[in-house]
Design a protein around this ligand. Structure first.
Ligand SMILES: CC(C)(COP(=O)(O)OP(=O)(O)OC[C@H]1O[C@@H](n2cnc3c(N)ncnc32)[C@H](O)[C@@H]1OP(=O)(O)O)[C@@H](O)C(=O)NCCC(=O)NCCS
Length: 517
């Protein structure tokens, strides 16, 4: 790769931070450009290792996470780019580590608010080492057909529409990240497209400035014209003028400095970016546009005719035979994410399973058709909820009260029995809630707890066969089967369990019928 190039078709990068969406957008761009290898080699996430699953076209690929810049470099010595999504607190530190590494040549600092002092130090080291920093406070940029930084150029649809998957002849550079997207759009509509485009970022001291990139574009024979967007504040534009005067910049340049409206507003207006404020007359957009025009730059009268000036300059170069035509390649497709396709109503899929008890697909969960807010408002209570979930209906009040009564009287059931005992022992051994409860539940069997199941089976068999209690006992005896739940060591018919008494009395008082009591 030539020294004036930042990326090519084989460039691979680390993403610092857990920015999966940005990484997926980079991979989708690769796919659109028909790259052979994914441009994301790994994530650097100091909070953990492992891997992240992303799409490469229609296939899923695993991209590794590393704890540090050093670990990532050791695993992928071929990688020479780091897209740094670290917060403004840690962006400088991680960028410095990458700048000082052997392998990493280009670093993009996305965060806003990185201390200026740190950025100046990083920029100095990078210049000394012949490395490139883009940012801070930038969305990055892209080289069509080769590599895209993070979220630059927006959605994949936008990238398709602006033909950013194949190179044109224009080198674009702007201060603002947001305006760079607009710039790509304008350039794509009025020329044969972008060859390379970046936003240097809106800080007072970006690590590389407009002129640094314009000088790169000047050296690149594939770039036939340059388009730039400056901003009120700072004196970068005067460096461009100086370079033109010194014949270091000779290619046609169309440029507009935004912020001319600042003069209509009282006081020193600060626009969105930290650097977008004129501290002297020379820093104003009006002064800079006038000086650029004087130096021979194509400067429109306002942003309104920026596109026209770009078109005129491009058409002139074309007429002079300096830009050759090419056959437009077929517009490639990138598979759409299923979630997005569903959201846009483009696909449908039969359900994998259906629950007749609860539904959480709508705005609000519902239990058997009753929305949860209604469950609370109408005071269904625990008994009412169990009625909906287990019996799939609104139970009558006596049945709701009975369920709640049963829950209350067996709530302590009980530290003395083996299930609860095992739960307690497991919890004391340091296991978590789920493991402890499971350990207790797994103890349930025919001789403990499970007898309740067995008893229920036996008694309902008797009921279904219309047997009287005496006939039922005789039938079981004849079958030589012990009736489960009978024969408790403490309680008997003469010394009944008080809890059974409570349940029976409740049933006698409230149930519409109780033939077996
Ligand atoms: C840069 C940016 C992506 C950083 O995101 P962020 O949410 O601020 O930062 P992080 O995701 O790194 O998380 C913040 C902190 O929580 C920590 N953290 C995150 N997840 C964690 C977890 N699971 N456990 C422990 N710590 C965690 C991070 O290590 C980080 O610590 P640090 O600040 O000391 O480094 C975000 O601020 C941003 O998009 N900014 C706008 C940039 C911009 O507009 N640029 C110009 C475009 S034109």
């Amino acid at each position: 790769m030539k020294s004036y190039e930042l990326f090519d078709k084989n460039t691979r990068a680390f993403i610092y931070g857990n920015q999966q969406k940005a990484a997926q957008r980079m991979l989708d761009f690769d796919y659109l450009c028909k790259r052979e290898t994914p441009s994301v080699a790994g994530f650097i996430t100091p909070t953990g290792v492992g891997s992240i699953k992303l799409f490469w076209g229609t296939k899923e690929i695993n991209i590794h996470r590393y704890l540090s810049v050093a670990d990532a470099i050791e695993a992928h010595p071929d990688v020479d780019v780091m897209v740094n999504f670290a917060s403004e607190r840690s962006c400088a530190e991680s960028t410095l580590e990458a700048v000082n590494s052997e392998n990493i040549r280009t670093i993009v600092m996305i965060a806003e608010g990185v201390p200026q002092r740190d950025v100046r130090k990083i920029a100095k080291i990078a210049k000394e080492k012949g490395k490139w920093i883009i940012g801070p406070a930038t969305v990055g940029g892209l080289k069509p057909g080769c590599f895209k930084i993070g979220n630059a150029a927006g959605t994949i649809q936008n990238i398709r529409d602006t033909k950013l998957y194949r190179p044109g002849s224009v080198g674009f550079i702007s201060v603002s990240g947001g305006l760079s997207n607009e710039g790509y759009n304008i350039v794509s509509r009025n020329t044969d497209g972008i060859y390379e485009g970046y936003a240097v970022g809106g800080d007072v001291y970006p690590a590389t400035t407009l002129i640094d990139h314009l000088l790169r574009y000047e050296q690149n024979p594939n770039i036939k014209m340059m388009v730039a967007l400056g901003e009120v504040g700072g004196k970068d534009e005067y460096q461009i003028i100086k370079a033109i005067e010194e014949k270091k910049l000779t290619k046609p340049l169309v440029m507009w400095v935004t912020g001319t409206c600042a003069e209509m507003l009282p006081g020193g207006v600060q626009f969105g970016h930290a650097g977008a404020k004129a501290d002297s007359k020379d820093d104003t957009a009006k002064a800079k546009n006038a000086a650029l025009r004087k130096a021979g730059v194509v400067v429109p009268d306002s942003f309104e005719d920026y596109d026209q000036k770009i078109k005129e300059t491009f058409d002139k170069l074309k007429a002079e035979g300096k830009i050759e035509s090419f056959i437009e390649p077929e517009t490639p497709n990138v598979p759409m994410d299923y979630a997005q396709a569903v959201a846009e109503g483009l696909v449908r899929k039969p359900t994998n399973f259906v629950s007749t008890i609860c539904d959480e697909t709508g705005e609000i969960h519902n239990y058997c058709g009753v929305p949860i807010d209604q469950v609370i408002k109408e005071g269904y209570g625990i008994g009412g909820v169990l009625g909906l979930l287990w019996f799939k209906k609104k139970l009558p009040q006596y049945a709701i009260d009975f369920i709640e009564l049963v829950i209350q009287i067996v709530a302590d059931h009980g530290p003395a029995v083996s299930g609860a005992h095992n739960t307690i022992v497991t919890a004391r051994a340091g296991k978590n809630l789920i493991e402890s409860i499971v350990s207790g539940i797994l103890t349930i069997g025919p001789r403990f707890g499970g007898a309740v199941n067995g008893a229920a089976n036996h008694f309902s068999w008797g009921l279904e066969n219309k047997l009287s209690p005496r006939e039922f006992i005789n039938a079981m005896k004849k079958k030589n089967t012990n009736i489960q739940g009978i024969g408790h060591k403490i309680h008997s018919i003469d010394n009944p369990d008080e809890r059974c008494e409570i349940m029976m009395n409740f049933a006698k008082d409230h149930f519409p019928k109780h033939p077996l009591l």
